[in-house]
Write a new protein. Structure first.
Length: 158
């Protein structure tokens, strides 16, 4: 498929994303809002988290705008893309697949996506699946954090 500046009707919508430092940037055609959470031990180790949110895409519909991500061969069957500059996990792909998973958090507008399934459920930590009842706090409600940001850059992060 030839990548053009405009997505054709019915063929998807362009979305962009990248790493925390901005060295790695991408744009990709997105066809739906479905995403998934992976709880497998390899993803837990690769991210340091209890799970990771992924959006499956076609590699042919993905374009790297800046530096390409560095890759780590994380197993005999898979590779993980990340930014060597800031460490942001960006991709997961099977070596023999034309698909690729992008981390939902690396999209510029991640709120579009909705989890539709779990993968690697044998390794999930049940206490972390539904945390809605826990107390919550916004960044701008924590005076110490606000003071640090204001002192460092004069504003809160986007």
């Amino acid at each position: 498929m030839e990548l053009t500046d405009e997505a054709k009707p019915g063929r998807g919508e362009w979305m962009t994303g990248g790493c925390q430092c901005g060295r790695v940037r991408y744009r990709v055609l997105i066809h739906d809002d479905a995403a998934y959470l992976c709880h497998c031990r390899m993803c837990q180790r690769a991210t340091g988290g209890v799970s990771i949110a992924f959006k499956g895409v076609k590699q042919a519909e993905l374009e790297w705008l800046g530096a390409k991500p560095d890759e780590y061969v994380s197993s005999p069957i898979a590779r993980r893309g990340f930014c060597a500059g800031c460490g942001t996990p960006l991709t997961f792909r099977y070596a023999d697949s034309d698909g690729m998973d992008l981390t939902v958090g690396s999209f510029d507008a991640p709120a579009r996506f909705r989890p539709t399934q779990h993968f690697g459920a044998e390794s999930w930590h049940e206490a972390w699946l539904d945390t809605r009842a826990l107390p919550s706090q916004r960044v701008d409600q924590n005076p110490a954090t606000v003071e640090r940001w204001m002192k460092a850059v004069g504003k809160l992060p986007d």
